[in-house]
Design a protein around this ligand. Structure first.
Ligand code: UD1
Ligand code: PEP
Length: 444
């Protein structure tokens, strides 16, 4: 967050609504790809280069983690990062403690650390508080590959002589657990066949990197990924895929504020499901070789019924910003959140701003969901269009934070958002981008 825009406090932003956002923003490497690719660099002693690196907090956390493990992390230009993990050492308890609760990434070091040192402590993770987010699939998969779990006075430690390939099936296509298995299997002995794997574009990007490093990985039909372990991996030079989640956030901002935003570097192939839904509710877009431009097709937006799902479904991380657009749509919209049990914690504040959103415990959709009949309010019914008015809001998580920014820009009057630092986990230079799009930030 730039110093000027946060003049009211280090973690606060005051926005005045009522003006459409118009102009251009450019995407850099994806939040959900970059940090995992940085972890892949721990699998080799050779130098690795990452380009178009976004200066988001989650990248800074992983840079610090790699440094604390003895790796070298250097920016050779503002967005080019070099990593060399030649002098890596096992994770000490103090390092584990320092990175507890900071992001989702530290657990992905388990595979590389087991491969290099035969031991890896199991970190407690951070990330958005949108559900319980256990790591049981990660641990079970590593155990299936030969790791042993020890619980030393509450500190879980994995050890192994070496990891072995195995047939592993995930109970649910978890992104993190899929990445865990891939990162562990590339240097395991033998073949690993992972079924019910997640297939998100960011996972495919990680696989591209590992293939550049010398790994042998095939992506088969029906969510099966096969990895043949190799003894040595080499360095890589890679430009991660652009952030489709940020692209969808700006697209939602464009139609909610009735503006027009060109998102440079946005890729149609990663966003097809989102683009279809965008068009259904009355958004339009133009795809060019340089990116995608987003705007409203007509004066009014239309309501919709949708369910979040694993890729290629409607990604859960699109959900919160999109809901703000739905508050401006004519009629009744339904959103069934099937990935996280508690991703509607941000709704109360929107209702205070004038939105009419009711939450339900029932599954309001056709998908078989793990949260039905379990007391989680995971379906939302949105009645629109509703004018919004400014409010004081505390940001609970990353995407909720961006959705409140959009709501504040739609609203009449001023809104004070606090805890804006959380947004920096996934959006680089948010204030600069907002200002260039014409947002009215008080005191910026
Ligand atoms: C840093 C990163 O890439 N974060 C993304 C990643 O999170 P993350 O990798 O944490 O999300 P997962 O795909 O693992 O989680 C999906 C669901 O599986 C459950 N689960 C997961 C693992 C496990 O061991 N046990 C278990 O029950 C979770 O509680 C959740 O309900 O994928 C999510 C789903 O697309 C996105 O919302 C996050 O932005
Ligand atoms: C849920 C998200 O992130 P994380 O998994 O890092 O908490 C997100 O990016 O929307």
């Amino acid at each position: 967050m730039s110093a000027s825009a946060t003049a009211r406090g280090t973690d606060q932003m005051i926005l005045r609504g009522g003006k459409p956002l118009s102009g251009e923003v450019a995407l850099k490497g994806a939040k959900n790809a970059l940090p995992k690719i940085m972890v892949a660099a721990l699998l080799t002693a050779e130098r690795c280069t990452l380009r178009n690196v976004s200066r988001i907090v989650d990248v800074a956390i992983v840079s610090d983690l790699i440094t604390a493990l003895g790796g070298e992390v250097t920016y050779t230009s503002p967005d080019v990062l070099e990593i060399c993990a030649a002098n890596l050492h096992p994770m000490e308890r103090s390092v584990l403690k320092e990175f507890t609760g900071k992001s989702r990434i530290p657990i992905l070091t388990c595979g590389p650390l087991l491969a290099r040192f035969g031991e890896a402590p199991v970190p407690s993770l951070g990330g958005c508080r949108i559900g319980t987010r256990p790591v049981d699939f990660h641990i079970r998969a590593l155990q299936d590959m030969g790791a042993q779990l020890h619980d030393e006075s509450g500190n879980a430690l994995l050890t192994c002589e070496r990891l072995y390939g195995n047939k592993i099936r995930l109970d649910y296509p978890s992104v993190g657990a899929t990445e865990q298995v891939i990162l562990a299997a590339v240097r395991a002995e033998g073949v690993t066949e992972l079924s019910n794997a997640a297939m998100e574009p960011e996972i495919m990007d990680l696989i591209m990197v590992l293939q550049k490093m010398g790994a042998v990985i095939s992506v088969d039909v029906d969510r099966v990924i096969t990895i043949i372990g190799v003894k040595v991996l080499r360095g890589f030079d890679h430009t991660p895929i652009p952030d489709r989640l940020e692209a969808a956030s700006w697209a939602s901002a464009a139609i909610a504020t009735n503006g027009r935003i060109f998102v440079r570097n946005a890729r149609q192939v990663d966003m097809m499901t989102f683009l279809n839904r965008y068009r259904q509710i009355g958004g339009d877009f133009r795809v060019t070789n340089e990116g995608i431009e987003f705007w409203r097709a007509g004066a009014k937006l239309r309501s919709s019924a949708l369910e979040t799902d694993v890729h290629p479904g409607f990604t859960t991380d699109y959900q919160q910003p999109f809901v703000i657009a739905l508050t401006q749509a004519e009629g009744v919209s339904i959103v069934h959140e099937t990935v996280y049990e508690q991703r509607f914690g941000y709704i109360d504040a929107l209702n205070r701003m004038g939105a009419q959103i009711q939450l339900y415990r029932e599954c309001l959709g056709g998908l078989r969901c793990r949260f039905g009949q379990r007391n989680y309010k995971h379906s939302a019914v949105i009645v629109g269009p509703t004018p919004l008015r400014g409010a004081e809001i505390n940001i609970p998580d990353l995407r909720a934070g961006f959705s409140y920014v959009i709501a504040a820009l739609v609203a009449e009057g001023e809104s004070t958002l606090s805890n804006t630092g959380l947004i920096e986990r996934g959006y680089e230079d948010l204030v600069g981008k907002l200002l260039r799009l014409g947002a009215q930030i008080v005191d910026a």
